[in-house]
Design a protein around this ligand. Structure first.
Ligand SMILES: [Fe+2]
Length: 230
């Protein structure tokens, strides 16, 4: 049944903690790909399809999502507000961990996910001002509603680039941040936002790039999650 008062992150974290993960995942899938299906959520979160079906029932009960006749999932305005707020917290914690505490760039996404539900709005606002209202997380993902959001999301993936392309890495997607070993690979090969590259060769399996003096073969499964601008 619909509640009168809009649920806060703290309310949801108490009543149904998994809701936060589902809502942000739906937000991110929609932001990158448009259509959100039960099966895609299941794959991205590593849970079964029946588990997602159950979760969607609960989120519908809280009026946080809607589903059309074909099963596509959409956040309601209230669901979007929760997801955008959680992501904002997540990105700010990543800034705090990396830029103030020297915590590894590779591990900060995972740690931020553990902490994000417990932040207060006041501390979130404080961090936002402290870091001068950033547009991106330290992996290049845009804050929801930031001026650069649309442009950053339209940046092509490295896997689609042709040889000879010169560009600048702008983003490791959220999907990439949680893929096994992907951030570690990027870190070890200095493939982070702001780094320039030249594509030397592309094949079905690898994209070969030059970063400074170094030549790297990037598996296409990784290049799919790295975005660039020319
Ligand atoms: Fe990030």
């Amino acid at each position: 049944m619909e509640t009168e008062k809009e649920l806060t992150i703290a309310d949801l974290n108490e009543k149904y903690p998994a809701a936060l993960e589902y809502l942000t995942e739906i937000f991110l899938i929609h932001r990158d790909y448009g259509l959100v299906k039960n099966s895609v959520i299941a794959k991205r979160l590593g849970v079964s399809k029946p588990a997602v079906t159950q979760a969607m029932k609960r989120l519908k009960k809280y009026s946080l999502i809607e589903q059309d006749l074909y099963g596509s999932i959409l956040l309601t305005p209230a669901g979007r507000r929760v997801a955008a707020k959680v992501l904002k917290r997540h990105y700010l914690i990543e800034h705090l961990l990396i830029h103030q505490l020297d915590y590894p760039w590779v591990k900060s996404d995972e740690e931020a996910a553990r902490i994000q539900a417990t932040l207060s709005d006041e501390f979130t606002d404080y961090l936002f001002e402290f870091f001068n209202r950033p547009d991106f997380c330290p992996h290049g993902n845009p804050f929801p509603g930031s001026v650069s959001e649309k442009k950053t999301l339209s940046a092509p993936r490295l896997s689609s680039a042709v040889s000879g392309t010169r560009g600048l890495i702008v983003r490791i997607t959220e999907e990439g941040e949680v893929a096994d070993g992907l951030l570690q690979f990027c870190y070890e090969n200095r493939m982070q936002p702001g780094v320039e590259f030249v594509i030397l060769k592309t094949s079905g399996d690898f994209v070969t790039v030059r970063l400074g003096e170094i030549k790297i073969d990037i598996p296409s499964g990784i290049a799919d999650f790295i975005c660039f601008t020319e």
